[in-house]
Design a protein around this ligand. Structure first.
Ligand code: ADP
Ligand code: ADP
Length: 234
């Protein structure tokens, strides 16, 4: 069974004033362990698609299933809890909490799930080790580079043991070497732990690293292809 299934999604913003057709009957399925990029020109609907897949917004018509559960009908209060358990998010602007250290930013999600404090700390430390930030655990976002902040965001996204990770233009604000470093880490998590990633991008170097490339044009799925990904070096 697909982890994520989008069925005939249509999204019209401002239906009563100046309607914008952001998604037009778009369907896709993501299987466990995939490393998929959603690409397309600016305005083609990538963010809208990710917002629908993550249950951050509802389609005008069509529906989204996560692990067989139709989230489109779910009440907002239930959705918050469901999202926390099932989906990890990585955003273009990192969205870390500025007054928290790296460790606190990663633990925060587990705190919401009322996990044991010691186990929480241990898991946060392990995740920060995995993203190469063993020596930056007590740093706050303002003391870290963009690349380091985004690696904290990836560690945070994994903290709740989600079914999959959605990343909206995760490398958009990173220089080339930080972007490739982030991709290395994501690709390795995918290889070694079978972590499922769906990320949007319009950066060709990032697209080259994906195993599956879904291209959107004008809110519709234009093509969906598997490719041999460029491998990370190590
Ligand atoms: P992409 O991520 O590919 O750049 P988006 O999903 O952000 O595309 O946008 C798709 C279309 O929907 C664009 O025309 C955009 O201007 C429009 N759009 C996105 N969000 C909103 C919104 N909240 N209200 C109105 N129009 C929106
Ligand atoms: P370990 O036990 O060595 O830490 P795990 O197999 O538990 O390794 O995976 C490490 C992290 O990756 C965990 O947070 C887990 O929830 C997450 N993970 C594993 N599989 C997936 C997947 N298919 N999609 C998203 N996250 C995953």
């Amino acid at each position: 069974m697909a982890i994520v299934k989008a069925v005939n999604l249509t999204k019209v913003y401002n239906p009563d004033t100046v309607p914008v057709h952001a998604l037009r009957d778009a369907s896709l399925e993501i299987e466990k362990g995939e490393f998929t990029s959603i690409v397309g020109p600016s305005g083609s609907g990538k963010t809208t698609m990710l917002n629908m897949l993550g249950g951050l917004d509802k389609p005008t018509s069509g529906h989204v299933e996560i692990n067989g559960t139709n989230i489109t009908k779910m009440k907002d209060s239930k959705m918050i809890d469901f999202r926390l358990k099932n989906i990890g998010f990585v955003f273009q602007h990192y969205n870390l909490i500025p007054v928290f250290t790296a460790r606190e930013n990663v633990s925060f999600i587990m705190l919401l799930q009322k996990q044991d404090k010691k186990a929480m700390q241990k898991r946060a430390d392990e995740l920060l080790d995995k993203v190469g930030l063993a020596d930056r655990k007590d740093a706050r976002p303002g003391q870290m580079s963009g690349g380091q902040q985004q690696r904290v965001a990836v560690a945070r996204a994994l903290a709740s043991e989600p079914k999959f990770i959605l990343a909206d233009e995760p490398t958009a604000n990173l220089d080339s070497s930080a972007a490739m470093n982030l991709l290395d880490i994501m690709q390795k998590m995918n290889d070694v732990q079978n972590v499922t990633f769906v990320f949007s991008t319009h950066d060709q170097r990032v697209i080259d690293r994906a195993r599956r490339v879904i291209t959107m044009v004008d809110g519709a799925i234009y093509s969906d292809e598997y490719q041999k990904a460029k491998e990370y070096d190590d």
